[in-house]
Design a protein around this ligand. Structure first.
Ligand SMILES: [Zn+2]
Length: 146
């Protein structure tokens, strides 16, 4: 059996998001009342509690908000198999506080820094299962993608 990360399981709230990912688009919710964007999907707006939310696409560009390297303690067999691995958060360019988790595929710990520009990539983790990840923009990786 090939090891892979846990597969995404869509629920009613996240189904449009995962359909977007499968179509290679990054969709977040926008509130019709206060116009704020939010992620992860929720039944109401985190800012004004409106339930008038719809999904729209965002650029997939952002910056490293925080990161760390997980060296030990992974419980899932896949993450045990790839340890040490990177994990962190990305601030999308569209709005302060619009933040995604990522593993920064292709990067090493020494490559990352807070504020470094990143871009969205779609990673197929198993047959037909795609997740959004962020990688450093090419110029940030010492000129070469790894
Ligand atoms: Zn709102």
């Amino acid at each position: 059996m090939t090891l892979h990360p846990p597969l995404p399981v869509a629920d009613d709230l996240s189904k449009p998001f995962w359909e977007g990912i499968n179509a290679r688009k990054l969709l977040v919710q926008r509130c019709a009342e206060c116009r704020r964007l939010q992620f992860p999907p929720d039944a109401s707006c985190a800012s004004c509690s409106s339930t008038e939310l719809s999904f729209e696409g965002v650029s997939g560009r952002g910056t490293v908000y925080s990161f760390t390297e997980t060296v030990s303690g992974a419980r899932h067999p896949y993450f045990q198999s790839i340890s040490p691995y990177l994990v962190g958060f990305v601030q999308l360019e569209e709005q302060d506080g619009l933040i995604f988790a990522s593993n920064f595929p292709g990067s090493k710990y020494a490559d990352l820094e807070i504020g470094a520009p990143v871009e969205l990539v779609f990673q197929e983790i198993a047959d037909g299962a795609v997740i959004p990840q962020f990688r450093l923009c090419a110029a940030q990786q010492n000129g070469a993608l790894r």
